[in-house]
Design a protein around this ligand. Structure first.
Ligand SMILES: O=C(O)COP(=O)(O)O
Ligand SMILES: [Mg+2]
Length: 220
């Protein structure tokens, strides 16, 4: 049966933490702050750019709600769109996406990454065309864990059975808020143990995903 397979992006299809680390540090250093470690910046990823910038400012001992916040969000997004280096597929992603398409499923992205950088990196990696719908963190009035992105993607894919594939606490929450089955990719940026994250199925290798989608029991 044709299924709407909706993916998170950062920490799920691609390890983009090195790229986000690079743009964050470029921004911090340009403004006279000390650079942060990759582990620090990775822990700030998942709730979109406004949250990332709040964390960068707090960690640098600055007021996260002052005027710098908006300024840095704007310049960081500009840098972000051209930071193509430091974005890598997790193993088996490309083949799994091709196989899902070959099986007749329709694919979408719901990412809290802003639309511009998301589209740029999908194009750079040669997979933009595989997705019928791409929704970014600034595409709608709300972002994940609010369910609007998932509802919009599902509708634009034509409805029917759906599964949401993501890596983090935010994705588990989003799926629950949307009433969508959740497939947890265990090798991304989650901070909790796998059993503490609400999910219907978990997988560690993308080779497993086409069979998960094919064999999923969709209920009545
Ligand atoms: O940009 C972020 O904060 C995270 O993006 P994601 O929703 O693709 O994990
Ligand atoms: Mg993610």
């Amino acid at each position: 049966m044709m299924t709407a397979v909706i993916f998170d992006l950062d920490g799920t299809l691609i390890d983009s933490a090195p790229a986000i680390h690079a743009v964050s540090n470029a921004e911090l250093v340009a403004r006279g702050f000390a650079p942060l470690t990759l582990d620090q910046v990775r822990s700030f990823v998942g709730r979109g750019v406004p949250h990332l910038v709040r964390c960068l400012l707090e960690t640098s001992g600055e007021n996260a709600d002052g005027p710098l916040h908006g300024e840095i969000c704007a310049t960081l997004i500009e840098r972000y769109e051209t930071q193509l280096e430091g974005n890598h597929f997790y193993p088996g992603v490309r083949a799994a996406l091709d196989q899902l398409r070959d099986h007749g499923h329709r694919l979408a992205i719901c990412t809290n990454k802003p639309y511009g950088p998301a589209e740029a990196v999908l194009f750079h990696l040669g997979i933009l065309d595989l997705f019928d719908v791409v929704i970014g963190g600034d595409s709608l009035p709300t972002r994940k864990p609010e369910p609007a992105m998932l509802h919009a993607a599902h509708e634009r894919l034509g409805g029917g059975p759906m599964i949401y594939v993501g890596d983090s606490e935010i994705d588990a929450e989003t799926a629950a808020n949307a009433g969508a089955p959740f497939a947890l990719y265990t090798e991304g940026y989650r901070k909790s143990d796998v059993h503490d994250l609400r999910h219907q199925v978990a997988f560690s290798e993308f080779e497993m995903l086409p069979a998960i989608v094919a064999n999923w029991h969709w209920g009545a």
